[in-house]
Design a protein around this ligand. Structure first.
Ligand code: ZN
Length: 517
């Protein structure tokens, strides 16, 4: 492995590509903005989550540890903070009143449903589970505390209608977006918020007093609900510390959301918040802006659900590959031609994987003839990812490896097949396009040093936890063989307490960390 390699990523804050340098060497701690769960997330949202997934996988490939936190916004935020939808309406409440909203009992029910959908789609696209997936509604207390501290320190003030962050109190406001005058925000805020007590047009809400809101909590300022920006900076700092290595999100979040997160977090800690910011550019569909109005706004299930259920029956990994076909930092034009190419490519990877697995098991004699070339190709693939996630180059390199394996045809000997199998697992660990780790058991003769454990998302499980789980499973197996079922059950409970789910299948015992939501 290549832990001496450097990982370059464009930093929105410094406006240049620069090495990602974790505060704690070899341990990347990062936060990615998740969606507001008021409907099905579209493929543009997922392209941005995929960037975080690829950062995670690339970090693991150079032997870094990671702590990855991505949130679920399950409270309808104030739309005045989001001028992309300046209708002045709460998105959750609006969704509840819509046609699709009719099947939900209330706004909590709606949020719970779409949060579940998010997790399903997440796994369908073979994205690793984060270490923590905090929900805004489960961290209201921390948000209230943060607002109280901001008031104490003179960065926030109260009016009849709510609590606002005082933008002039934070000198560095605008450093991420360059949007110092923030005229867009002023205008958007003027259009929807009428609060004559606001001291500066740019000041944004930290708490909204509203005893009639569908979601409300008790606070020192009466009943109400938090502003949108406060949830992310509070949850990021709660789980990752005052200073974090990296913060990711879609480009639409640079301003005002991330600018406001910086203002809140740095006013609280007095320290730089995130050292590196990576933003994924917008996705277009067939050269047009994706929009429900144009009928070209696709969700994951629109594309991958079987045709009998109204979908297009696309292989989920092909959708994943298609979303990676353009580098995250460039505007990306998603086309059905690319999707068709991706379907073919993924089929090639999968066929090669199944074939070499079979040949490796039969193990025909002969010396390895592909190892050296495949190693060189893997290095090229990884180097492309380390170069600001250059996915087009990484995919091209990986495809050349499959071509090499398939080119040898049925003459592949056992040693070469094993090497090819190892290589395909490495490629999958890095790019996630050969098989879905949430579905496929990869326990067949795992070679040493290859990051393909036995869980569904093996590489995010800390190795000390994995060792403990493996030891408990071995003990459980022994107990069962000795017909000591009480002990075997007790071990299962112990695993359960570790949030590990155990599944006994015909191919053996599998385990995984339980999903965090
Ligand atoms: Zn956020």
């Amino acid at each position: 492995m290549s832990s001496d390699k450097s990982f370059t990523l464009y930093n929105t804050l410094t406006r240049r590509a620069e090495p990602l340098v974790p505060l704690e060497p070899g341990h990347l701690r990062f936060y990615g903005c998740g969606p507001t769960v008021y409907s099905y997330a579209h493929i543009g949202n997922f392209r941005s989550f995929l960037t975080a997934d690829l950062i995670l996988r690339t970090a693991h490939a150079i032997d870094w540890k990671t702590t990855y936190v991505t949130n679920v916004t399950d409270v309808g935020h104030l739309t005045e903070d989001d001028f992309t939808d300046p209708s002045g309406e709460d998105r959750m409440a609006k969704a509840l009143r819509s046609k699709e909203g009719e099947r939900f009992a209330n706004v909590w029910d709606l949020a719970r449903y779409y949060a579940g959908v998010l997790l399903d789609d997440w796994r369908t696209l073979n994205m690793h589970e984060p270490d923590v997936r905090p929900r805004a509604t489960e961290h209201i207390r921390e948000q209230i505390q943060a607002v109280e501290q901001l008031i104490e320190r003179g960065h926030a003030y109260e009016t009849e209608q709510g609590i606002y962050f005082s933008v002039p109190s934070f000198e560095a406001y605008g450093k991420l977006s360059g949007n110092e005058a923030a005229t867009e925000l002023e205008q958007a805020v003027r259009d929807v918020v009428v609060d004559p007590e606001k001291r500066d047009a740019r000041d944004f809400a930290l708490w909204k007093k509203d005893p009639t809101h569908l979601m409300q909590w008790h606070s020192p300022w009466g009943w109400g609900f938090p502003g949108w920006h406060i949830e992310c900076s509070v949850m990021a700092q709660a789980y990752l510390g005052e200073e974090i290595d990296l913060h990711t999100g879609g480009e639409d979040l640079i301003f005002p959301h991330h600018e406001c997160e910086i203002a809140q977090a740095e006013s609280l800690s007095g320290k730089p918040f995130a050292r590196h910011w990576a933003h994924t550019r917008f996705l277009q569909v067939e050269g047009e802006k994706m929009s429900k109005r144009f009928g070209n706004s696709y969700t994951v299930r629109d594309l991958v659900a079987p045709e009998s259920e109204g979908g297009r029956g696309v292989d989920p990994l092909a959708l994943r590959l298609a979303l990676m076909a353009g580098q995250y930092r460039k505007p990306y034009n998603f086309t059905f031609a690319t999707l068709r190419d991706s379907i073919r490519h993924v089929r090639r990877f999968r066929d090669a994987f199944n074939r070499v697995k079979k040949i490796a098991a039969q193990n025909p004699p002969g010396k390895d003839i592909v190892g050296e070339r495949l190693d060189a190709i893997y290095t090229r693939t990884l180097d492309a990812m380390l170069d600001d996630l250059n996915t087009p180059e990484a995919i091209a390199a990986a495809l050349s490896g499959v071509k090499l394996i398939n080119g040898i045809g049925d003459n592949l000997n056992g040693a070469s097949a094993k090497k090819s199998w190892t290589w395909l697992n490495q490629i999958n660990s890095l790019l996630g396009i050969v098989f879905n780790e949430h579905e496929v058991n990869t326990t067949l003769h795992v070679p040493h040093g290859v990051a393909v454990g036995k869980g569904f998302a093996p590489t995010i499980i800390p190795s000390d936890l994995a060792e403990k789980v493996e030891a408990l499973l071995a003990e459980r197996k022994a107990a069962r063989q000795a017909k000591d079922f009480a002990r075997a059950d007790a071990i299962r409970d112990e695993l359960d307490a570790l949030d590990i789910e155990v599944m006994d299948t015909p191919e053996g015992t599998k385990w995984r960390r339980k999903p965090s939501v």
